[in-house]
Design a protein around this ligand. Structure first.
Ligand SMILES: [Cu+2]
Length: 194
């Protein structure tokens, strides 16, 4: 009897897992701008999802005088560890939002910052003017990052009415409203502008 109960339990939990995994709708989008080199790596996210997400820890590396990854999406409240992997000294600062300068780090040292504001932060190094990256702080995990053709997808979106917010390192975009329905996909085009 015990074995039978265990089997029923496995079947029931699998049923719940599979229904939740396929719930929700999809947003398929395209970023549009006359200068095509700027349409990639644009982040589009849902402004108002009625849920809370735990902050995480993320890492941005400094290798060969380059920040890796160049674009780091995180949930608001998360802490980013900036690791210097180079034999040369690096710095980490940002001129955006609250602005911060974490000072200098030698090889193997880590500098940390907790990001409490939604939006993009430009990451720079005072010692190497060519070093640039972006921490993109999001209110929830429902976001898409556009590819070189400007295409992005936001999956498993709970049904509802949402406002889409767009972040691009150089240009702005108007907010777009969408209705997401279970099992359906909605298409949007987002135009960048100055
Ligand atoms: Cu540097």
């Amino acid at each position: 009897m015990l074995k039978l109960h265990g089997l029923v339990g496995i079947i029931v939990s699998f049923f719940f897992l599979s229904t939740s995994a396929f719930a929700g709708g999809m947003i398929k989008g395209k970023i549009d701008y006359k200068k095509k080199r700027w349409i990639r790596d644009t982040f589009v996210y849902l402004e108002n999802v009625p849920d809370k997400w735990e902050p995480q820890e993320a890492e941005m590396n400094q290798v060969g005088s380059t920040f890796i990854p160049k674009y780091l999406p995180i949930i608001v409240g998360s802490t980013v560890k900036f690791l210097n992997s180079d034999p040369t000294e690096h710095n980490v600062y940002s001129p955006d939002h609250e602005t911060f300068n974490l000072g200098k780090a030698n090889q193997g040292e880590v500098l940390s910052h907790t990001f409490n504001k939604v939006g993009g932060y430009t990451q720079l190094c005072k010692l190497h003017a060519a070093m640039i990256a972006f921490v993109v702080v999001l209110p929830n995990p429902y976001y898409g990052q556009s590819d070189k053709k400007g295409v992005f997808v936001i999956k498993d979106v709970p049904p509802g009415h949402y406002r889409l917010i767009t972040w691009n390192q150089r240009y702005k975009a108007d907010h777009v409203e969408v209705d997401v329905k279970d099992g359906e996909s909605v298409e949007v085009t987002i135009k960048l502008h100055r």
